[in-house]
Design a protein around this ligand. Structure first.
Ligand code: 5GP
Ligand code: ZN
Length: 123
């Protein structure tokens, strides 16, 4: 897509702080982070919004979601167990969808937002 900013990031026409890349997906830090850790994962293929997805997208969506725990751990906000057996760490995942969902960039992306609290912003 010619005018899609995330397609341009995926094509390396616009710089971004990339934290992960494979043949089908790219993850990069949000330019306006809402928390100590804030990155987004996108499919390289242009899909405008979750609302455009259907059964033909299940494999892509599954892979996208399955990348979250791996990349969250790599970025320092994965869920781990402390010496008392309690879970620590963690993050929010967010897919803004459509105008009323607050979607600003019409290329499907999942936000991963975490890091030590307190922090404020998109929740
Ligand atoms: P949403 O569409 O889910 O509301 O959010 C789009 C997100 O993309 C925003 O949090 C915004 O800060 C981020 N963003 C917009 N343009 C750029 C950009 O050029 N580079 C990066 N890294 N993030 C961007
Ligand atoms: Zn795009």
């Amino acid at each position: 897509m010619d005018h899609c900013i995330f397609c341009k990031i995926a094509a390396k026409q616009i710089p971004a702080s990339v934290v992960y890349e494979d043949d089908s997906f790219l993850a990069f830090k949000d330019i306006n982070p809402a928390a100590p850790v804030h990155f987004m994962i996108i499919p390289k293929q242009h899909v405008p919004t979750l609302s455009a997805c259907n059964n033909s997208h299940t494999e892509m969506l599954g892979k996208l979601l399955a990348l979250v725990p791996q990349l969250a751990a790599e970025q320092g906000c994965g869920v781990t167990t402390d010496t008392n057996g309690r879970e620590t760490g963690g993050y929010k995942t967010l897919i803004n969808t459509g105008p009323d969902g607050g979607q600003e960039v019409y290329h499907l992306h999942i936000h991963v937002i975490g890091g030590p609290r307190p922090w404020h912003g998109k929740q």
